[in-house]
Every structure is written in structure tokens, then in C-alpha cells.
Design a protein around this ligand. Structure first.
Ligand SMILES: *Cc1c(COP(=O)(O)O)cnc(C)c1O
Length: 364
């Protein structure tokens, strides 16, 4: 069986470190906040090379709190790529803003031409999602955002360690959101997330919002909420952060193998990698007109696959209230063709060979 992702195998490979980490948090009773959370925030901001890291309860909260911290004008629009996980769009609505969907390019990330066309006098911000682990095209996007005076939120939920021109994503905009959902490249044992920024004011605001608006015990200066990273997950993330680069490198080896041996097979469209970027291949996504048949065939051959995402966000019932034209959007037409192949540090060369030969067999 070639698994899509194998978190149990990952755990066994670092069992000693994980078990010890959990034990010490319990011994210290440092369950919410405290030294393990502080230490992880310090390690993670160093990893990204940012000034501030605020641990929160999950990636969706990270996005929502990050948006709120920007104090954008009421009723303005935030541009969101049509191709993303639904949380990117939910965060905009739940933070109290209007949403405008923008199409993706051949790299499955926000298309700069469509981005600029969607900007109106009511637009105040944009969310750049580094989907599937690949950086957005900053050289084309940043000048447009700057010209129109937009705030930039990076959604790095799939991009822990992704680089654009040798610099890790997470500090190209005003503020960034990370998710540590178990299946992400850096995953906790439950829900967890973090906000990254270089801006002291924004960092402060996020900390307040995420912790009952409380700068110190028994004082509440704004109405906040409870969205905190817990000690056990912080300690687990710390242990795993140490292995992240190695795991991302293994994902890249698997991706290179797929790239080489799936080239010119059937009608497959393989992921294109933007020049001068390092993708962490959160997902390896291909396209084919025979998506459902291929997924079925692979499943029968004991190879797991996924679809990210089978219904583009603008076509979801929850977002039917958004005034839009989905017919022209690549994101809304390609969702029938997307297929995610097994991807993760669990893959052996025998696994990737098995995937490739099954796909070749399907198309022959
Ligand atoms: C996972 C994910 C989120 C949400 O993170 P959670 O921790 O699951 O709340 C947001 N955006 C994208 C692109 C994601 O993949």
C-alpha cells in the first residue's frame, strides 16, 4: 500500500523525542502558554527569519486574527484566490470584510493580471496563498499591491520552509498565517497555528486578540477571544521543526522522480515550478481529463490519492452570496481534473516507482 501520507511512520521515526517532549510538558504542567510555547515561538520566528511569532489555536484563527489586526476600513474588500482551502475565504468573512475571488495561474497560485483587474477603490487587502507548497509570484504581485496601497496577508498554511529567491515566505507581506494541522509539512498532534510578522504593532495586536485582549493578568484592554497554542503541541512542534528541512528535501526528491518519469505520459499536466523558488511540495498535484478513472485505478492498485480541491471556493454553496462570474475562471474549470499523488517524507523510492509504473500502465 502506498499511503497518501503516513503520520504513524513519521511518529515511529522520532518516537523518543516526541514522547520525551510530551512528558516534560506534563511534568511541568505548562499546558497553555508558558515556556514551551515561548520557546517554540522563538524557534519558529528564527526559522522563518521574522521578528515576531504568535502561537494560536489553528491556521484559520491565525488568518482571521491577522486580518483583524490590520484594522482595515469597514466594509472593504479583500481579494482571495479562488483556488485554496475554504479557510482562506472564511477568515475574510468572519473578520467582517467582503470577499472578491481572483483566478489562479498555471502554478495554481493567484494570477497577477486577474488580481489587478479585480482591484477597486473598495479593495483594502489581498491574501496571497502559497498553495501546494509553492511560493506566489512576488515580483509581479508586490508592485501591484503597493501601487494600490493594499495590505498583504500571506497564507503559509502549506508553505513551511517555502522560499522565494532564497528567502522564506512569511515576511514578504505585512503579516502571515501558518497552520500546524497534523497533515501539514510541520504538523502538531491536534490543531495549532501561528502568526508571523516583522511589525511590532501588529504582533502586539494579535497577541491581545488571541488572548482575551489581555496585556497582563486581570487587565483587558480590548475585546479579544481565546485562541492559544497549547504547551504539548508547542513541544511536539519544536521536536518536529528540527526535522522539517530534511523532510521537505525528501518531498523534493519524490517530486523530482514524479516529474522525470511522468513527463509526456498520457494527457498529464505536471506541476510547473516558478523560477528561483523552492517548493516544499505540501502536495504534488497533477491534472488529467481522466481524473476519476485514474484515481480509481490507483486505488485498486493500493495507491492512495487525494483531490485539492474538488469544488473551487466560489462554487461552494457557502459562498453563493458572492457576486461573481465563475465561468471564466481556471480555478473553477480545473477542479474536475486535479489529482494529488502520494507525497510526504514517508515515501520510499519503491513507493514512487510503484506510483509511476501504475500511472504509466493506466495510460498505456
Ligand atoms: C490548512 C489550511 C488553512 C487552515 O488551517 P487550519 O489549521 O486547518 O485551521 C488555511 N489555509 C490553507 C491554504 C490551508 O491549507
Amino acid at each position: 500500500m502506498v499511503k497518501f501520507l503516513d503520520l504513524h511512520k513519521q511518529y515511529l521515526s522520532i518516537k523518543g523525542e516526541i514522547d520525551a517532549a510530551i512528558k516534560s510538558v506534563i511534568s511541568d504542567s505548562a499546558f497553555v502558554g508558558g515556556k514551551y510555547v515561548n520557546f517554540f515561538e522563538e524557534q519558529f520566528r528564527n526559522y522563518i527569519a521574522a521578528n515576531y511569532c504568535i502561537g494560536v489555536a489553528n491556521g484559520t484563527d491565525a488568518l482571521e486574527i491577522a486580518i483583524k489586526s490590520l484594522e482595515l476600513p469597514a466594509n472593504t474588500e479583500i481579494i482571495v484566490p479562488a483556488n485554496s482551502f475554504v479557510a482562506t475565504a472564511e477568515a475574510v468573512i468572519n473578520a467582517g470584510y467582503k470577499i472578491k475571488f481572483c483566478d489562479n495561474n498555471n502554478y495554481y497560485n493567484i494570477d497577477y493580471r486577474d488580481f489587478e483587474e479585480n482591484i477597486t477603490e473598495n479593495t483594502s487587502a489581498v491574501i496571497f496563498v502559497h498553495l501546494y507548497g509553492q511560493s506566489v509570484d512576488f515580483d509581479n504581485l508586490l508592485p501591484i499591491a503597493k501601487k494600490h496601497n493594499l495590505k498583504i496577508i500571506e497564507d503559509c498554511a502549506q508553505a513551511h520552509g517555502t522560499k522565494y529567491k532564497n528567502k522564506k515566505v512569511g515576511t514578504f507581506g505585512d503579516i502571515a498565517a501558518f497552520s500546524f494541522y497534523p497533515g501539514k509539512n510541520l504538523g502538531a498532534y491536534g490543531d495549532a497555528g501561528a502568526i508571523i510578522t516583522n511589525d511590532y504593532q501588529l504582533a502586539n495586536k494579535c497577541r491581545l486578540l488571541a488572548n482575551h485582549g489581555s496585556p497582563k493578568k486581570h487587565e483587558h484592554t480590548i475585546v479579544g477571544r481565546n485562541s492559544r497554542l497549547d504547551g504539548i503541541n508547542a513541544a511536539i512542534l519544536n521536536a518536529k521543526l528540527y526535522h522539517l528541512d530534511k523532510w521537505n528535501a525528501i518531498r523534493n526528491v519524490a517530486a523530482s522522480y514524479y516529474n522525470e518519469y511522468l513527463k509526456d505520459v498520457g494527457d498529464l499536466i505536471l506541476p510547473e515550478i516558478l523560477e528561483d523558488t523552492y517548493s516544499v511540495f505540501h502536495l504534488y498535484v497533477i491534472r488529467t481529463k481522466y481524473r476519476d478513472e485514474l484515481a480509481d485505478f490507483l486505488n485498486k492498485n493500493e495507491i492512495e490519492t487525494g483531490i485539492h480541491y474538488p469544488i473551487a471556493i466560489p462554487k461552494q454553496k457557502a459562498f453563493s452570496f458572492v457576486n461573481q462570474d465563475t465561468t471564466y475562471m481556471r480555478a473553477c474549470n480545473w477542479d474536475k481534473e486535479l489529482l494529488s499523488l502520494p507525497m510526504g517524507e514517508h515515501l520510499t523510492s519503491a513507493d514512487t516507482e510503484k506510483v509511476v509504473s501504475a500511472i504509466r500502465k493506466f495510460f498505456s
